[in-house]
Structure formats: structure tokens, C-alpha cells
Design a protein around this ligand. Sequence first.
Ligand code: NI
Length: 170
Amino acid sequence: MALLPILCYPDARLHTVAKPVSAFDHDLEVLAKDMLETMYDSNGIGLAATQVDVHLRLIVMDTSEERHDPWVLINPEITEKSDEMLIAEEGCLSVPGIFDGVERAKEIRVSYLDLKGERHSLHATELIAVCIQHEMDHLIGRVFVEYLSPLKRSRIKNKFLKAQRHNTTP
Ligand code: NI
């Protein structure tokens, strides 16, 4: 087990489009375990492989209060989306300290594979639906701040670039 470094916005690697997972092997299990450990260590509820600079379609999540219900979703695809939307305040381990509202579908159905390559389908609402959509965006190179107004986004970008120049946390 190992903690993985998380890419920080506006790192260009966060805009990489991930490839589908094709090998369901030991390396994939290790990656999922390390991502979960990294997510728990950072008190996050979700982490996409993109954020640890691995460009495969894999996300891990745990939205339980007790924090012992780890989910691993491989090659996830949204198969149904409600017309009803909701705006929830989102944060991201790649954009630490920034929280803002993003409009998402309130309910979704997701088809995905587990670590053995077996297919499952799940219906998610509210926080879980938001989290899955947020993490799946990472897999197509999209960070949640891209939904904010250009003014907000450039403020956030400048804040993080400045912090990186001074080698401090934003
Ligand atoms: Ni995120």
C-alpha cells in the first residue's frame, strides 16, 4: 500500500482523457487499493485515477458516514440521467480549499466493471450521483472549476499558480 501524489490544478495532466481499463490484473488491484488509501488519507469522498496521473478509466469512492464502504468503478458509463438537476457544493482533492456549486443530474444509472471485470449497474441519487459525475468528469479531463464563471475560474487559477510559484499551499 502506498499514498500516491495528487495532481493539483491547474496541472495540464488533469486534462488528459483516460483510456478504458483492459487488464484486470494484480497491478489494477494495487492501483485501486493505493487510490483508496490516498482518498481516505486526504479525507476525500472520491478520487479518479487521472488525479494520481494514471490515465485509466477507474474511480474510487466512499460516501458513507463511517468511511468503510469503499467502491471501485471501472470503465463507468452513465446509461440514464434524470432531467431533474440539482446544485450541490463540490470540492476536489486536486483543487484544495475551493468549494462551489455545480449543476448536475439529480439521478443517474451507471454501468461499470468491478476489479474482476464483472459488469454491474447502479442507480444513484443526490450526493452519490453528484460524486460519480464529478469523478467521471476527471476521466475526460474535466475539473469542476471549469463549470464556474470565467472570472471565478481565473481567480482560482491565479491563486494556485501563485501558490505554486511561492511553493506554498494556496
Ligand atoms: Ni475531483
